[in-house]
Write a protein of this length. Structure first.
Length: 544
C-alpha cells in the first residue's frame, strides 16, 4: 500500500484516539471552576464533595490525554520528515509555545489540584483549579494556531537554499562541487511561486511576521468553535453522569446541583458554538472554497445556492474509472447557503444573490495552469478532481456534526426548561425518565461531534497538508517504507485498545463509587475548614 496513505491512517488512528481526551479536560476544567467557586462561596460540603469527585475524573482523563499525545509528536519526524523540514520554522513555534507556556502551566498546578485537598486553603486550591483549566485552554489554543496555519497559511515566505562558490557562482543545493569551497545561502522566492516536487529538498518556509502566523485568517474562528465544542463535551459528561445518578436514586442532591450547573453551561456553550460555526463557515467559503463546496456537495457555481440538510453524495466516473464530478440525492433548502455565506440576514433577497463556487470550477483554471503550464482546458478538467477532497465522506461527516450540534442545543435548552418549571426532578414520570436516559446517552454525542468535526476540517484540506502550497503526498519521509508503517499501525491499534479498555474500566468504577463524603484534616486553620467541621459539627444525611 502507498506509504502516504498508510502514514495518514497511522496519524488518524493516533490523533483520533488522543482527541477523545483533551475536549473533556477542557470542558471539565471549566466545570471544576464553577463547582469550586460554589464551594468557596458557600462552604457547603455538597460542593466540596462534588468538586472532589469530578477532579478525580479529570485526573484520569488528563493522564490518558498525556499518554496518548506523546506518539503524535514523534510522527512528525518519522513519517512526515519532509513536512517538518519544510515548515519547521513556522509550525514549530506555536508547538514550542504550547509546551513551554501552556503544558507547564497546566501540569505545574495539577499536583495542587489533585493532591491539595485539605492541605492548602480553599482559595489557593481554587486558584490552582483555574490555572489548570487555563493551561488546558492555552494548550488547545496554540495547537489550533499551528493547525489553522496549515489551513490558511500566512506570515511567511519561501526561500531556496543554494550553494555559493568562492567565485560567487550559484549552484543547486544537490550539486556536487568536489573540493570547491562554498557556503549555503537562502534565496527569496516570488510570492506566487508554485512549489514542485524537485524543490522539496531545498525550499522551505520562513516566518515573516509571527503575529501574522498566529492570527492567520482562520485562527480566531477555529479557536472559538473548537473551545465551545470542548465545553459541550465537559458539560454533557457531567449531564450524563448526573442524570444516571437521578435515575438510580443515588447521590441525588449532588446530581441535582451538578445537573443544573452543566445544563446552563451546556446551553451557553451551544449558543457560542453555533455563532462561531456561522463565522467559521463564512471563513471557509472565502479562504477554502473547495472545502465548502465539498462539505455541501455543491457541484456547480451558482447564485441561490441551496443548503444541504442530508442525503447521499457519490462520485461520478467515466468509462475509465476516473472521477469527473459528483452526483447527489440530498434534501436542500433553496438559497439558504448563499444567504449564510453572505452573512446579510436582514436582507435575504439580496443575500440570496451571493455566488457560491462549486466543485466543477474549483480549483480555478488560473491556479491549475500555474502548476501545469501549457495545459488545455480539456486536460485541466481531467486534472481538477485530483484537487478535490473525499466529497462523499466529507458531506456525511459535516452534516453529522451539524445534526449532533442541533441535538445538543435542543437537549440543553429542554433540560433548562424542565428544571425551570419544576418537572426535571419528577423521576417517577415515564416521560422524565425517558428524557433522563436521553441525557445519559448524550454524554457520547459531543465526543462523536468533535471527532467528525476534526475529520471534516482535516479531510476538507486534502490533498494539501499546507493549503495551496504543499501536497500531503509530497510531505512524507522518503526513507520510510510501507511495511514499517503498517506494522506500527497494528501495534498502535492493540496498545490503544488496551488503554481504552483500562480507561473505561477506571472511569466506570469512579462513576460507580460516585461523590464520597470526605473528612478534611482538622489540623487546618478554622477558616480553611468546611462549615461541616467548624465547631465540631458533622453532616450526616442532611442533618447537622
Amino acid at each position: 500500500m502507498d506509504v502516504a496513505i498508510l502514514s495518514r491512517i497511522q496519524f488518524f488512528l493516533t490523533v483520533s484516539f488522543h482527541f477523545l481526551f483533551p475536549p473533556l479536560t477542557i470542558g471539565l476544567g471549566v466545570m471544576l471552576i464553577v463547582m469550586q467557586a460554589f464551594w468557596v462561596w458557600t462552604r457547603q460540603p455538597l460542593y466540596h464533595d462534588m468538586a472532589r469527585f469530578w477532579t478525580r475524573v479529570f485526573g484520569l482523563i488528563f493522564a490518558m490525554g498525556v499518554a496518548s499525545g506523546i506518539p503524535m509528536v514523534f510522527q512528525f519526524g518519522t513519517n512526515w520528515a519532509t513536512y517538518s523540514r519544510f515548515v519547521g520554522d513556522v509550525f514549530g513555534s506555536p508547538l514550542a509555545i504550547e509546551g513551554i507556556y501552556a503544558f507547564f502551566l497546566e501540569s505545574g498546578f495539577l499536583a495542587l489540584l489533585l493532591f491539595g485537598w485539605n492541605k492548602i486553603g480553599p482559595r489557593t486550591h481554587f486558584f490552582s483549579t483555574c490555572m489548570v483549566a487555563l493551561g488546558a485552554h492555552f494548550s488547545a489554543i496554540w495547537i489550533l494556531v499551528a493547525n489553522s496555519w496549515m489551513q490558511t497559511p500566512a506570515g511567511f515566505h519561501l526561500v531556496r537554499q543554494v550553494k555559493v562558490a568562492a567565485s560567487g557562482q550559484v549552484f543547486p543545493l544537490t550539486a556536487s562541487l568536489g573540493n570547491t569551497s562554498y557556503t549555503i545561502k537562502e534565496v527569496l522566492l516570488p510570492a506566487n511561486y508554485v512549489l514542485r516536487p524537485e524543490d522539496l529538498s531545498s525550499v522551505r518556509a520562513v516566518v515573516d511576521n509571527i503575529w501574522d502566523v498566529i492570527l492567520n485568517p482562520s485562527t480566531l474562528d477555529r479557536i472559538s468553535h473548537t473551545l465551545a465544542a470542548c465545553w459541550l463535551a465537559g458539560a454533557f459528561l457531567v449531564i450524563g453522569v448526573s442524570a444516571y445518578y437521578l435515575l438510580r436514586n443515588r447521590h441525588v442532591e449532588s446530581a441535582r446541583s451538578s445537573l443544573r450547573m452543566a445544563l446552563v453551561f451546556g446551553a451557553i456553550s451551544s449558543i457560542i458554538m453555533f455563532i462561531s460555526a456561522d463565522s467559521t463557515a463564512r471563513g471557509v467559503a472565502y479562504n477554502q472554497p473547495t472545502k465548502l463546496a465539498a462539505m455541501e456537495g455543491l457541484a456547480q457555481t451558482q447564485k441561490d445556492a441551496p443548503l444541504g440538510l442530508g442525503g447521499i453524495v457519490q462520485w461520478q466516473r467515466n468509462a475509465e474509472g476516473q472521477i469527473t464530478g459528483i452526483k447527489e440525492k440530498a434534501l436542500r433548502i433553496p438559497a439558504l447557503l448563499s444567504i449564510l455565506v453572505s452573512g446579510d440576514f436582514l436582507h435575504p433577497l439580496k443575500a440570496s444573490e451571493t455566488v457560491v463556487e462549486g466543485l466543477a470550477q474549483l480549483p480555478s483554471d488560473e491556479f491549475l495552469r500555474a502548476r501545469y503550464p501549457g495545459t488545455s482546458a480539456a486536460e485541466l478538467a481531467k486534472i481538477r478532481p485530483q484537487y478535490w477532497p473525499n466529497v462523499p465522506v466529507l458531506f456525511q461527516t459535516y452534516h453529522l456534526m451539524i445534526a449532533i450540534g442541533m441535538a445538543l442545543l435542543g437537549l440543553s435548552f429542554l433540560g433548562c426548561l424542565l428544571w425551570a418549571i419544576g418537572r426535571l426532578w419528577r423521576t417517577q414520570s415515564t416521560a422524565i425518565r425517558a428524557f433522563l436516559w436521553l441525557l445519559v446517552g448524550s454524554a457520547l454525542l459531543p465526543i462523536i461531534a468533535t471527532q467528525v468535526g476534526w475529520m471534516t476540517a482535516e479531510m476538507g484540506r486534502q490533498p494539501w497538508i499546507v493549503y495551496g502550497i504543499l501536497k500531503t503526498s509530497e510531505a512524507i519521509s522518503p526513507v520510510v517504507k510501507g511495511p514499517q508503517v503498517l506494522s506500527s499501525i497494528i501495534l498502535f491499534f492493540f496498545i490503544y485498545a488496551l488503554l481504552l479498555i483500562l480507561f473505561l474500566f477506571l472511569l466506570f468504577r469512579m462513576i460507580g463509587q460516585g461523590p464520597r463524603e470526605t473528612v478534611p484534616d482538622k489540623s487546618l486553620p478554622e477558616g480553611w475548614q468546611p462549615l461541616s467541621l467548624k465547631e465540631g459539627r458533622q453532616t450526616r444525611g442532611g442533618e447537622v
